[in-house]
Design a protein around this ligand. Structure first.
Ligand code: MN
Length: 486
């Protein structure tokens, strides 16, 4: 499927076709069900589609789900109407056809598709079908935007939400953490619509809204040993570096720092890491491309697109997707306040999970495994995996597998480094193959994937994953030496 020739115009034409289909049904008064994944990209996608539908005066229901099966169970029995599935579905078209074959159906996704031709009254919008890499250069929210901009009267409102979705899916893997490829077109739309400003700066959580020491302590990606989660150490670092932390009775933020102070801060972080015998290359990840939603309030937590994505993710992973979707659609006031509260709680839980992980990681031959107990909500497994994988707890040459359990089913979330992807590791394939051997199912991206399997097959499954990764690595070991320092 990836072999097709890159054809952006053909993708745009498919987007237009889907948009016309949706508009026809909206005008006809058809009830439209919009469903998608409960992560930041999924909620951004749902927000863009439902926001556009609201503009059109359409009748719609929005629903986010933890996994595709949940969608099938919930919605398979409902009849009539149209379904728009976002950020999922491309990998399970045959299964979806079996259940929803008689519906009008639009799939807006960027995961590896299983099939292209999906039959009458179904439209499949996926960049991979047009030779465009959905893994790295456009998110589901990006594709949703490319569809909806054809029919909404206010497309510029949704362009920055598409950027939020792409950042939520960690597509800022270009030079200086820049979005690239098709994402760049969406970024320009947002900039031209006066919704977004793009520049280079420190990328710290809360860079425009939190006191500097708190922003530093809240930064978990990259993980800064001795500083992440340690407000007091961050404060003394700033004082030692002679950076003014207050301006009168107000705490200053990263955004308030002068260029000179930023250099001081950068150097202070580097010397902290050196003093503690930590690798210093992570500081490179602290400087990068900032995507700022210029019309959002400074204290909203929505002004920085990465923070916006984290807020959506927190809503999704705590069963508060409706809050995230509402925010993405443009609702503010108490809805936003509630979302901010959810966000703070979520960060506390994540901090606890990281502490748990640092004590409970298991090492197999080729993978690291973390089994979370019942005290951690299984919905957080993928967030924990994402955060942990960017922390120094995980060596770059070992994929991380996080497992959580719920009602006899094990939910597995796997992450690896771009280094291993470059040498040929494909977690999506590994998860799919290993899960299918043990009565489960899995799939996803090369760098991030997941699976669900019956709980009693977990040990065998992990052994199989370990074996498959070992096999992939032995294939490349003769050509490339994995070096931790490059
Ligand atoms: Mn996505």
């Amino acid at each position: 499927m990836d072999g097709s020739v890159r054809d952006v115009a053909a993708l745009q034409a498919r987007c237009k076709e889907a948009a016309d289909f949706i508009q026809d049904e909206a005008e006809r008064g058809t009830e439209i069900l919009v469903a998608g994944h409960n992560d930041a990209d999924g909620l951004s996608s749902i927000g863009i589609v439902t926001g556009g539908l609201l503009d059109l005066g359409a009748k719609f229901i929005a629903k986010s789900v933890f996994r595709l099966e949940e969608f099938i169970d919930l919605m398979g029995k409902r009849d009539g109407g149209m379904v728009i599935l976002v950020d999922m579905g491309s990998g399970s078209i045959h299964e979806l056809r079996k259940v929803f074959g008689d519906r009008k159906f639009v799939i807006i996704d960027h995961h590896q598709p299983e099939a292209e031709d999906i039959g009458e009254n179904w439209i499949h919008v996926n960049p991979h079908l047009f030779g465009i890499d959905g893994e790295s250069e456009v998110s589901a929210a990006g594709v949703a935007y490319l569809v909806m901009r054809n029919i909404t009267p206010n497309p510029h409102i949704y362009a920055p939400i598409a950027v939020v979705g792409s950042l939520g899916d960690l597509q800022d893997r270009g030079e200086k953490r820049k979005l690239f490829g098709l994402n760049e077109e969406i970024v320009s739309d947002a900039v031209e619509g006066r919704m977004l400003k793009v520049y280079e700066d420190f990328i710290l959580y809360g860079r425009g809204s939190k006191p500097i020491h708190q922003a530093l302590a809240s930064t978990q990606s990259p993980y800064l040993p001795g500083l992440s989660g340690e407000e007091a150490s961050c404060l003394s670092l700033l004082i030692e570096a002679e950076i003014e932390v207050r301006d009168g009775d107000k705490w200053r933020t990263i955004a308030d720092l002068t260029e000179e102070e930023k250099t001081k801060l950068y150097n202070a972080i580097v010397s902290h890491l050196v003093k503690n015998n930590q690798p210093t290359e992570v500081v490179k990840d602290l400087i990068g491309t900032v995507y700022e939603l210029v019309n959002e309030d400074v204290s909203s937590g929505l002004r920085d697109a990465r923070e916006y994505a984290q807020l959506l993710n927190a809503c999704g992973k705590t069963n508060n997707s409706w809050l995230g979707v509402s925010v993405a659609m443009g609702y503010r006031s108490w809805v936003l306040e509630e979302a901010q509260r959810v966000m703070e709680q979520y960060r506390t839980i994540l901090k606890k999970s990281l502490e748990f992980a640092s004590k409970n990681l298991e090492q197999m031959y080729n993978i690291m495994v973390l089994r979370v107990g019942p005290e951690i909500d299984v919905r957080q497994v993928s967030s924990i995996a994402s955060i942990l994988s960017s922390s120094k707890l995980i060596p770059a040459d070992k994929p991380l597998i996080v497992v959580g359990q719920e009602a006899g089913v094990v939910k597995v979330s796997a992450r690896t480094s771009s280094k291993l992807v470059m040498v040929g590791v494909n977690l999506g394939t590994v998860m799919r193959e290993a899960a299918s051997k043990f009565a489960g199912r899995g799939g996803g991206h090369k760098i991030a994937a997941g699976a669900e399997i019956p709980a009693d097959r977990l040990t065998l499954f992990l052994l199989e994953v370990d074996r498959l990764i070992g096999e992939a690595l032995s294939r490349v070991k003769t050509q490339i030496t994995l070096d931790d320092n490059d």
